[in-house]
Ligand binder design. Structure first.
Ligand code: HEC
Length: 292
């Protein structure tokens, strides 16, 4: 196919092919690197968020709960004694400033119905139950949004049972607030839920796309410039001189023996023109001999 084309077209097509391959490679490679960077950053944020939440719980368990138990042994004050309650409430305060950063203690059997695990969370909880992994993190799409998420299992201990055993033994205030149909029946050692942290990736995705578009635009401009320059060079150093040679050759073939093959520069076309000139001289000599 390329053989039947003009040199100019042929070179342009080759350049377009190189451009397409470069673009595909550059975009795929660029996307891989930028997306990996965005994920690393989101991973760091996810870890920070999860650590802050755990630190709240640890602080409460170390410094607040023992005091509360000493001072008010018969009171029901989950905000100051149940880590999960404290973390859920803290998460709500964080969400006021960062509405896209989600924290959820999800369970298929929740006291608080808003904590009910969705299909994705159930699949992770099943993974923990089947021993597929001990910790999980990765990207996920939830309600049309892209997140980096991490999950750790929540395991029932002896200290949890008095609230999560049966509604009959649980604190009546708690049963009144959450109902008696769900959130009970815990057994020590069960994975009763999962602590999920979701960090939004939409802003990072946007930056990735913007950088990629800039990158692709830069490469396109560079190729466009190279194509224009190459086209000019091909016209002035190949097409025009060859057209000149053709014109002279046609004149000579019609008998205008005074025409000379002229080419500026010192390239292969100049060598061709010189050879043609020598051929013209030989031709003229041969014709002279013939005429005599
Ligand atoms: C003093 C009672 C109490 C104790 C003890 C307690 N919890 Fe809870 N737990 C609650 C309450 C109340 C909620 C609902 C929090 C909310 O409104 O988000 C809850 C929520 C949860 C949830 C989230 C799903 C749901 O049910 O809403 C999990 C999982 C959970 N608890 C596990 C545990 C584990 C594991 C322990 C022991 C380490 C424990 N709980 C100890 C009262 C308790």
């Amino acid at each position: 196919m390329l053989r039947n084309m003009s040199i100019r077209k042929r070179l342009m097509i080759i350049l377009i092919m190189v451009y397409t391959i470069t673009m595909v490679g550059a975009i795929a490679g660029g996307y891989y690197v930028l997306d990996r960077d965005a994920q690393l950053e989101a991973k760091e944020k996810t870890r920070l968020f999860a650590t802050i939440m755990s630190a709240n719980q640890t602080f409460m368990a170390r410094n607040v709960r023992p005091e509360i138990m000493d001072l008010l042994p018969d009171s029901y004050l989950p905000e100051a004694s149940v880590g999960i309650v404290m973390m859920s409430e803290t998460a709500k305060i964080i969400e006021e400033d960062f509405p896209d950063y989600l924290f959820k203690i999800a369970s298929p059997n929740p006291l608080n119905k808003t904590n009910r695990s969705d299909a994705f969370e159930n699949s992770i909880i099943s993974g923990f139950n089947n021993g597929d992994f001990e910790e999980w993190e990765g990207t996920v799409n939830k309600a049309g949004r892209h997140y980096y998420a991490s999950a750790v299992p929540v395991v029932a201990r002896k200290s949890c049972i008095w609230c999560h055993d049966t509604p009959e033994v649980a604190n009546p205030e708690m049963v009144k607030k959450y109902g008696d149909d769900s959130g009970y029946g815990y057994e020590v050692g069960d994975i009763v839920g999962c602590r999920f942290v979701y960090v939004p990736m939409a802003a990072a995705d946007k930056v990735t796309m913007k950088k990629l578009a800039g990158f692709a635009g830069g490469i396109s401009l560079l190729f466009l410039f190279a194509m224009l320059v190459l086209d000019r060079i091909i016209i002035s150093t190949l097409v025009k001189p060859i057209e000149g040679l053709v014109e002279v050759a046609e004149d000579i073939s019609r008998g205008k023996m005074d025409r000379e093959f002229e080419v500026k520069g010192n390239d292969e076309i100049k060598l061709l023109a010189d050879a043609f000139n020598r051929m013209k001289v030989s031709l003229a000599k041969a014709m002279d001999i013939l005429r005599k």
